[in-house]
Design a protein around this ligand. Structure first.
Ligand SMILES: C[S@@+](CC[C@H](N)C(=O)[O-])C[C@H]1O[C@@H](n2cnc3c(N)ncnc32)[C@H](O)[C@@H]1O
Length: 363
């Protein structure tokens, strides 16, 4: 074996540990570019082609089990669309498995690094070794082997996996930095305490801290492996973020304790009952006049085709997103308004993902 394929510490790529061998890196680089070429570049064509087939056959892409089955039936004879969907699914399985196998060869070293970081600041880390996860949180979401909660290296799998998923476009967390910049603050301008729920590995929380250096930033997630790695990643950036394991539907913070609450791509990954409990918790922990910003998929009214059309529908169906359909069709805007939020802005028409800016009335 050449030195380039030895199990050596190969350093980091940006903020993410490199894979264990050169050939693992070459494989995932290839998959990343192949996805850009075969999937991202074809997305518009394939969406238009698929949507036209559905329209010609009178099939409305509904985000239900029956809706997915109907859409699959309608496109069954189209080689192009089916090849596109097959490549998408297989590519995802191939790169995720390779990442897992690669990092596992150095598992003990990575666990040691996370343990060591627990003794370091500037931020803090709180989690419960005996935490019992609800079943809904144990699914292999996005086809990540053992999901977000089942493996101690889940945070690392997520970090490297999403860097391939984004086709290299999120190097150095530039994507999360832009979201942080595009996250509005309360109308009175006061931002002393910020909370991100469902923070994953803390990419957005660290960027929010960079943008609001005087604010106290808290980042919570149900998964201990995600925040353990997130805390290590934050300490390496010297970012003063406080990580805590906490279900978003049961926030362990006092009433009215945050100026700004943010979530990014959390809500389409939780069941409806958890969505409702979480929205109520967000309202509770926000101070009067505080703001909640929800970054997630656009909503569709029941029975209406979402802007994401066939490719969006099949993405949720083929990407192990068991709760996404319910989220996009649950009319989350009405739920927010029923709770008393004033919606300053909604996800703009024609985009599949965006922000809902929700103000809690000052009185
Ligand atoms: C798609 S990831 C998004 C992570 C991060 N916000 C980002 O921008 O990359 C969804 C996260 O939500 C977390 N999650 C799922 N259910 C949760 C719950 N009930 N409470 C808190 N976090 C949850 C998962 O563990 C995962 O880290």
């Amino acid at each position: 074996m050449s030195i380039s394929n030895s199990q050596i510490d190969r350093g980091k790529i940006g903020k993410t540990p490199a894979l264990s061998t050169r050939s693992d890196e070459a494989f995932t680089d290839f998959m990343s570019d192949a996805r850009n070429f075969l999937l991202h570049a074809q997305w518009k064509n394939m969406s238009e082609r698929g949507n036209k087939i559905l329209a010609d056959k009178g099939v409305v892409p509904q985000h239900t089990v029956e809706g997915v089955a109907k859409a699959r039936g309608a496109i069954a004879d189209d080689t192009y669309v089916n090849t596109f969907l097959r490549v998408k699914r297989s590519a995802q399985e191939m790169y995720k498995n390779r990442i897992v196998d690669s990092y596992l060869t150095r598992e003990a070293e990575y666990l040691r690094r996370m343990d060591d970081a627990e003794k370091r600041g500037p931020g803090t880390l709180t989690y419960d070794k005996d935490f019992i996860y609800p079943d809904y949180a144990k699914v292999e979401i996005h086809l990540q082997p053992q999901g977000y909660v089942g493996h101690p290296l889940a945070g690392m799998f997520y970090d490297y996996g999403t860097s391939i998923f984004y086709g290299g476009a999120n190097a150095e967390d530039v994507f999360h930095a832009k979201i942080a910049k595009d996250t509005p603050v309360p109308t009175d301008g006061k931002v002393t305490r910020i909370l991100e729920i469902g923070c994953g590995i803390g990419q957005l929380a660290c960027e929010l801290k960079r943008l609001h250096p005087n604010a106290e930033v808290h980042a919570t997630d149900i998964s201990a492996p995600m925040i353990r790695y997130g805390h290590l990643r934050a300490t390496e950036q010297k970012s003063d973020v406080h990580f805590a394991q906490m279900p978003c539907e049961d926030l362990d913070f006092p009433d009215k304790s945050f100026d700004l609450v943010v979530s990014h791509i959390l809500f389409h990954e939780i069941p409806l009952e958890v969505i409702d409990r979480t929205l109520a918790e967000v309202k509770r922990v926000l101070r009067p006049g505080g703001t909640y910003v929800m970054w997630d998929f656009a909503s569709t009214a029941p029975g209406q085709a979402p802007d994401r059309g066939l490719t969006g529908l099949m993405d949720t169906a083929d990407n192990c997103e068991p709760y996404a359909s319910t989220f996009v069709s649950c009319d989350v805007e009405s739920r927010l308004e029923k709770l008393g939020f004033h919606l300053r802005s909604r996800v703009p028409a024609g985009v599949s993902m965006g922000s809902r800016v929700c103000d809690k009335p000052a009185t």
